[in-house]
Write a protein that binds this ligand. Structure first.
Ligand code: CA
Length: 519
């Protein structure tokens, strides 16, 4: 209907006549060829998978061969960001194409406005078979999906909640999500309507528990530390100092570092619960791996720097091992599409809910507007549209995903979304009026402050060169010149030489707040 509506009446009439003639003279199969099936859409969505943990984004730490192959087959967005670097709000943004204040889920708590239009509802009502499998974390139940299977457990042997009840699973959750997704796609491939699936992984979220087959990765290897592991936060405002997410002191011994459960740590009970979901065989393999390696934990007379270095090696290896399952998932899904003859008419997107600090600035976790957290992978393979191996340097954001999915599906709907359809960029066009800044807001204060890392509320804007941040509670400002200071180590907010860029950035922030209706 979209194409009919956009034609002039005369052209439209000629189109209709041609169609009728074709139907009268051709076989049904030929008629189907005249109107090709709309593309299937597979959105593979990771959790906390930072750009700098992907080799196609230049990671120094690991290789991600299947994701890199997707980038070679499609387009990689080099300047891809989130609008709020935290799990629940990011998923609500994927659904609605709206910043957090507008979809209502500003933190990992309640608030999502389930009455809003979402990509899932729009695709479903246009005839797509729709599914979400894996992590949900939106504060209302899944709506707009014909099938859902929501993870209701941890990394091993997680339960899944479906429309038919709760189902058990056996194995590592990344593998189970992948297998369930492939099984659903297989069913759809035998039907006439196109399908759209949100493969929503929970890897590589804390507390990083790899599949057993990935434990040997990096064993005996000393990975290269980030340049800012021992950042002293000079020139920064108080926010980064008061946050509780430091590799040196805020990783929990059993929960995060996989040291023996002592029953004394604040998250020891959680660690116990996670280990208790393993089968005896899984647990034996786990303990056999970590037991002897825990002997290397620094002794009481070790320096703070030695302990930080040990913590970082332990943390980053488990994070990357867990993320290796994501790369396997991409490989398995694409192999299925290829074997099933679906590749040619299936769009595959790889993205994450946000980035992550991989020891950068001495931190783990996300939440902050800083680069490692605000950046997120975005890779799209759209056969026949995206140029293989292409990159796009335009500023894009997670608000753009929903309008892009709606456009890809050919849905003709007037839906107010903050994001912009990426299709012109995917066609290698360069729209002259593309945005020159992205907006960011972090409002997340979860009830349990100890696990919410005490990150102060803030908002900001990022342009191709600069970033301006406002921490509202302290009325404190930070400004970074990313061209001269890519690691964001020199806050120039009060530097005289940056008064003009700061004034321009403040105007940009005001303009974007108005555009997005931020109160
Ligand atoms: Ca996340």
């Amino acid at each position: 209907m979209a194409s009919l509506r956009s034609r002039t009446p005369r052209t439209c009439a000629r189109f209709l006549t041609t169609s009728i003639l074709l139907l009268a003279t051709a076989s049904a199969s030929v008629a189907q060829e005249e109107q090709p099936r709309r593309p299937n859409i597979v959105l593979i969505y990771a959790d906390d998978h930072a750009q700098h943990a992907l080799s196609c984004y230049g990671s120094r730490l690991t290789t991600t061969p299947h994701i890199d192959q997707l980038a070679r087959d499609g387009m990689r967005f080099t300047q891809s960001f989130v609008g709020n670097s935290i799990c629940g709000p990011a998923r609500a943004t994927i659904l609605t194409g709206l910043h957090s204040h507008a979809h209502g889920q500003g933190s990992n708590g309640p608030g999502f406005r389930n009455d809003l239009p979402t990509f899932a509802k729009l695709l479903q009502s246009s005839g797509y078979a729709t599914a979400v499998i894996g992590k949900w974390h939106v504060s209302s139940p899944p709506t707009g999906f014909d099938h859902h299977a929501i993870k209701a457990g941890n990394y091993y042997n997680s339960k899944f909640r479906t429309q038919d009840g709760t189902e058990p699973s056996t194995g590592h959750v990344t593998d189970v999500i992948t297998q369930r997704s492939i099984a659903w796609m297989k069913e759809q491939s035998e039907r006439d309507e196109p399908f759209a699936i949100w493969v929503s992984h929970s890897a590589s979220h804390r507390t990083w528990m790899p599949a057993l087959r990935h434990l040997p990765m990096f064993d005996g290897v000393t990975l290269p530390e980030p340049a800012t592991l021992f950042d002293d936060y000079a020139t920064r405002t108080g926010a980064i100092r008061s946050a509780q997410m430091r590799v040196s002191r805020d990783l929990f011994p059993a929960y995060d570092l996989k040291l023996p459960v002592t029953g004394k740590g604040i998250l020891d009970n959680a660690a116990t619960r996670m280990l208790d979901t393993m089968t005896d065989e899984q647990r034996r393999a786990w303990d056999a791996f970590f037991g002897p390696r825990n002997e290397t934990y620094p002794s009481a007379d070790a320096t703070d720097a030695e302990r930080t270095r040990w913590n970082w090696q332990r943390y980053i290896k488990n994070y990357l091992r867990t993320a290796a399952g994501l790369d396997d998932s991409v490989g398995a899904i694409r192999a299925f599409l290829e074997e099933s003859g679906l590749t040619r008419n299936t769009i595959v997107i790889y993205a994450s809910d946000q980035g992550f600090f991989l020891g950068d600035h001495g931190l783990y976790d996300k939440r902050f507007i800083y680069e490692e957290s605000m950046r997120t992978p975005c890779i799209v393979s759209w056969p026949g549209v995206t140029k293989p191996g292409s990159t796009c340097d335009a500023l894009v954001q997670n608000i753009d995903i929903a309008p892009t999915l709606v456009s890809m599906a050919g849905v003709n709907a007037e839906v107010p979304m903050h994001g912009t359809d990426l299709s012109p960029l995917l066609r290698s066009e360069s729209p002259a009026d593309w945005r020159d800044a992205v907006y960011y807001q972090y409002r997340g204060t979860e009830p349990n402050s100890r696990t919410s890392h005490l990150v102060a509320r803030h908002e900001g804007v990022r342009t191709a060169r600069y970033k301006l941040v406002h921490f509202e509670d302290d009325d404190a400002w930070e400004l970074y010149d990313l061209e001269k200071d890519p690691h964001e180590l020199r806050n120039e907010a009060d530097t005289e030489a940056y008064s003009e860029p700061r004034a321009a950035l403040e105007r940009t922030m005001k303009k974007l707040r108005t555009e997005y209706g931020v109160e």
